[in-house]
Design a binder for this molecule. Structure first.
Ligand code: ZN
Length: 445
């Protein structure tokens, strides 16, 4: 039997919460930050190799260039070793080794001398933020370019510059990582993060870090669901994964795309295309219970890889959890999205929220009230007198009454929490107490 004191106490989000610090998450972000990632190439492989140190079961998949994937094709693989613009003294005035954002992603190789006017056609800056380097890519256009601070551009006055981009664009593979944590059932929860951005900390590394530590947490927990973690390049990676995993897709019951979880802005949850899926309601409830500033917004076919998971043919119950959404903070897709922008405490809060969501999914059962004609006499069973006079006693009492009343076979604990406005954990413990007194029976999920 569960001691009543436990029913009264709102339990911590996780038993292991204290064991992981925000600094642990930030250390992983720091380790991954220098790697030059793109939608293909060695940067993705290096990133996954680091993640394998944290998650030894993580499998790395290579899908060859040219493989048809849904309506797309796996592109040529891009790798880069060096890139620079040199002035007449041979000084690097723009240097890939100083910051990997300096190269337009997927630039074709180039070597030569260009007039400043010709060169400027290949330079990208942010005049409104003159000291920041923008992040730009040209995955599907055969071109080259450099990204630099506008202040750097304004300092270019020589008539000609020597340019080198030492890259290769060749047949290879698209690389993604996948970890399956088996549960009691083969119904799956999908957690997906994109891994295609170079040195950007909040946009991609924060989601990767939260997903990695969520996986480590779940490894140590009993699991009803199986959990599938996908670390794949944005868009083409998710499309590739979907096309290669039709069997797994059919088993997905809930899913989250994790992204932009490292700065201190309010949480934003973008619901799945379905809008009323269990994951949509569970995240909304977890945010309400966390009492953190947040917004819940409807699905739209733009954003991260929920676009692919929620395309009409799949229509998976997959939402996207972030803090301040893409494009809505000045550091977005610039060199200011760096290691200082991402805060350990924000990463940890994000992790705890995802843990709370998974805990609720795991515990969201339906029960049958075995004494449904009138209220059962709680006092005779020690369930009434025992709670009186204690702090939160009234709420604990109310939780027992709500669970008894709505456990008619139709309502889950999530339904009850939404309707009663009581904490999910309080209702869960009330259900456990009632089960222990044979007042409830569990129903098949
Ligand atoms: Zn991005």
């Amino acid at each position: 039997m569960i001691p009543l004191a436990e029913v009264l106490a709102h339990p911590p989000a996780t038993a292991q919460a204290a064991a992981i610090s925000g600094e642990d998450l930030h250390a992983l972000v720091r380790q991954l930050y220098p790697i030059c990632r793109s939608i293909t190439g060695d940067g993705v492989r290096q990133t996954l190799a680091v993640l394998q140190e944290y998650l030894p079961g993580l499998e790395v998949h290579e899908v060859p260039t040219g493989t048809p994937v849904l309506d797309w094709q796996v592109p040529r693989e891009w790798n880069i070793r060096d890139a620079w613009i040199k002035d007449r003294r041979g000084e690097r005035v723009v240097d890939f080794r100083q910051h990997n954002l300096h190269v337009l992603g997927y630039s074709v190789p180039v070597r030569g001398t260009f007039t400043l006017a010709e060169l400027k056609k290949h330079l990208y800056t942010l005049p409104e933020q003159p000291h920041l380097i923008p992040y730009r890519t040209a995955y599907y256009a055969e071109t080259w370019g450099f990204c630099l601070a506008h202040a750097q551009l304004e300092a270019l006055h020589e008539p000609e510059y020597e340019v080198c981009i030492d890259s290769t664009l060749a047949a290879g593979a698209l690389t993604y990582g996948e970890l399956l944590l088996p549960g009691d059932t083969d119904e799956e929860v999908l957690i997906s993060s994109h891994i295609c951005h170079p040195s950007l900390a909040n946009d991609n590394l924060s989601g990767i870090a939260v997903a990695t530590f969520l996986a480590r947490h779940l490894l140590g927990q009993p699991r009803r669901y199986s959990y599938r973690f996908v670390f794949a390049p944005g868009t083409i990676g998710a499309i590739t994964w979907l096309s290669q995993n039709v069997g797994a897709v059919a088993r997905i019951r809930h899913g989250l795309v994790l992204s932009l979880l490292g700065e201190t802005g309010a949480f934003t949850f973008k619901k799945s295309r379905r809008g009323t899926a269990e994951i949509d309601r569970t995240v909304a409830l977890a945010l309400r219970e966390a009492a953190a500033p947040h917004r819940v917004v409807d699905f739209e076919p733009y954003g991260y890889d929920e676009r692919q998971y929620c395309s009409p043919g799949f229509n998976l119950p997959v939402g996207c959890l972030s803090r301040t959404p893409y494009g809505q903070f000045p550091e977005y897709h610039t060199s200011a999205d760096d290691l200082d922008f991402v805060r350990p405490e924000a990463l940890l809060d994000s992790l705890h929220l995802t843990q709370a969501v998974m805990h609720m999914l795991e515990a969201n059962h339906r029960y049958q009230n075995l004494s449904p004609y009138g209220e059962p006499e709680l006092g005779r069973r020690g369930l009434y007198a025992a709670v009186s006079g204690r702090p939160n006693a009234a709420r604990a009492q109310l939780a027992l009454l709500w669970v008894l009343n709505l456990s008619d076979g139709q309502h889950s604990l999530l339904d009850i929490a939404e309707r009663a406005g009581l904490p999910f954990a309080l209702l869960q413990h009330a259900a456990e107490l009632l089960l222990a007194h044979d007042l409830l029976a569990p129903l098949a999920d």
